[in-house]
Design a protein around this ligand. Structure first.
Ligand code: 6AU
Length: 477
């Protein structure tokens, strides 16, 4: 059995090379990094014989590892046909994880029939950091399914296995890059120079991984991140968070200035940021902003105006500094969309240049159902931000959108409630623990969860404690 397995494995490795499921040369990866090797297992769907051989090998592998499961789930999309074939051959049911919940009907994320506590085996094609497997696992675990094992076709050996172990998932890989090199070398299908280039690349990326490992955003303390923050407002915010042991932002979405001031006075001690929507205030005045600023000083919190600028540079510069509100005169932090392009950031920068302590939070992804910010939009927003690190303090996002380790930026995440039922206008909620530990939130925004409660002070204390404990648990890893 073992020798037949090894023989099949070797033959499949050669076949995968022959159909260009992996290639050697010089390729630019999604991250911008140049790699001498490129995997594209999507091509296998055009080769039914390869699909069959791969499925048979996976079956033997699953048997050899004695992995038991009630359900199978392929990580979308490339692994879906593989999971389907395995499901048929193993006579085990499978589940499909949607990449986004439907906006109509059942709104389910997981399709298929299952019961609480059933075990689900994950199938994936190529693993680099393991983040796709972790996302799929989180959605399955949210449905009370157990995930302990993942079978992957290729492990690029760039940190995926460690990340998955931390998340309680055992990863079993059929192939690794060094294995492919060995087989191709034996068969004389790869030049010695190329082998050397790839080995250098593997060892360099291992070194990089070690450096990153010692300083990933999610494991760093807010005070150490204060040291490296490039934007002055972000630096100050990190310090306030650490000093007050609070990563709670209050969305003071009420319409009278006195109501906002009352919230600022009573909840000020427990929050790091008070967020306003100044255009909903019916009795706005200069006195109001002066009083709010005084309370911010008294209770040591920052003021964020959630203006969500979304116009050309010239217009946003005027909206930011002129009109009735003169936002730039009193806010510490302000939100903006990347939709119009970086002219918007240039416009805001013109205003900020004389007020160095203002920080911008760029929206990369919203909490509302059916928003149009795709992964591509988020990635491009992150690229845009990279050139404005002096004025950008962070992002408003539902999950960690950082393509690189960027501990100097703050992730602000709205849509937080102790009970997760949404409102009837599309807002979606998650618990403090889930947002901080699973979704990478540094600060969570809570509005109605606090201000509509019977006892806002007690409830704000609970949010603050649960958010802060989650952060402390997160940095322990
Ligand atoms: O807790 P809530 O639902 O009462 O309030 C959430 C607050 C509101 C929204 O305008 C804001 O967070 N918000 C944002 C922000 C901060 O920009 C983005 C988003 O995606 N979702 C969201 O709710 O003041």
């Amino acid at each position: 059995m073992v020798s037949s397995y090894e023989q099949q494995r070797k033959e499949l490795a050669l076949k995968l090379f022959q159909i260009s499921a992996f290639k050697f040369g010089s390729y630019t990866l999604k991250s911008g990094e140049i790699s001498p090797v490129y995997f594209d297992l999507r091509v296998i769907i055009s080769h039914p014989d390869v699909m069959e051989n791969l499925t048979n090998l996976m079956l033997l592998f699953i048997k050899e590892k004695e992995i038991q499961c009630d359900q199978l789930c392929g990580v979308p999309y490339t692994a879906l046909p593989l999971a389907t074939l395995l499901s048929v051959k193993m006579k085990q049911p499978m589940l499909i994880r949607r990449k986004e919940a439907k906006t109509y009907g059942t709104k389910k994320l997981i399709e298929g029939k299952f019961q609480d506590q059933e075990t689900c085996l994950i199938i994936e094609d190529v693993v680099t950091t393991g983040s796709s497997i972790i996302e799929t696992t989180n959605d399955l675990r949210n449905e009370n399914l157990e995930v302990e094992d993942a079978i992957v076709v290729v492990d690029r050996e760039q940190g995926g296995k460690d990340n998955l172990t931390k998340n309680g998932i055992r990863m079993h890989s059929l192939f690794t890059l060094p294995y492919f090199l060995e087989i191709l070398k034996d068969e004389g299908k790869i030049e010695d120079d190329m082998i050397k280039t790839i080995k250098d690349y593997i060892s360099k990326s291992t070194e990089k991984k070690e450096v990153k490992k010692s300083a990933t955003r999610l494991q760093m303390t807010f005070s150490s991140r204060a040291e490296i923050a490039k934007n002055e407002a972000a630096k100050e915010l990190f310090k306030i968070m650490e000093a007050k042991k609070s990563n709670l932002c209050l969305a003071a979405d009420v319409t009278k200035s006195d109501e906002i001031l009352n919230l600022a006075e009573s909840l000020g001690p427990f929050i790091c940021v008070l967020k306003t929507h100044v255009d909903i205030v019916e009795d706005f005045s200069e006195n109001f902003v002066n009083s709010l600023k005084a309370l911010a000083k008294k209770h040591n919190f920052m003021i964020m105006e959630d203006r969500k600028f979304a116009d050309i540079g010239n217009t946003v510069a005027l909206q930011f500094s002129k009109g009735i509100y003169k936002i730039s005169e009193w806010c510490d932090l302000v939100t903006a969309h990347s939709l119009p392009g970086d002219g918007l950031l240039k416009g805001l920068k013109e205003v900020i240049k004389n007020k160095e302590k203002i920080g911008i939070f760029m929206l990369t992804e919203m909490s509302s159902d059916g928003h149009l910010m795709s992964q591509d939009y988020s990635n491009k927003t992150m690229q845009m931000i990279a050139n404005y690190s002096d004025i950008v303090a962070g992002i408003v996002a539902q999950s960690s959108q950082f393509t690189e380790n960027q501990p100097e930026l703050i992730q602000l995440t709205p849509g937080c409630k102790l009970d997760e039922t949404g409102d009837n206008l599309g807002q979606k909620y998650n618990t403090p623990e889930f947002l901080v530990k699973e979704k990478g939130a540094d600060i969570a925004v809570v509005g109605r969860g606090i201000i509509e409660s019977k006892n806002p002070v007690e409830v704000a204390k609970t949010y603050r404690e649960r958010l802060w404990n989650s952060y402390e648990e997160r940095i322990k890893y």
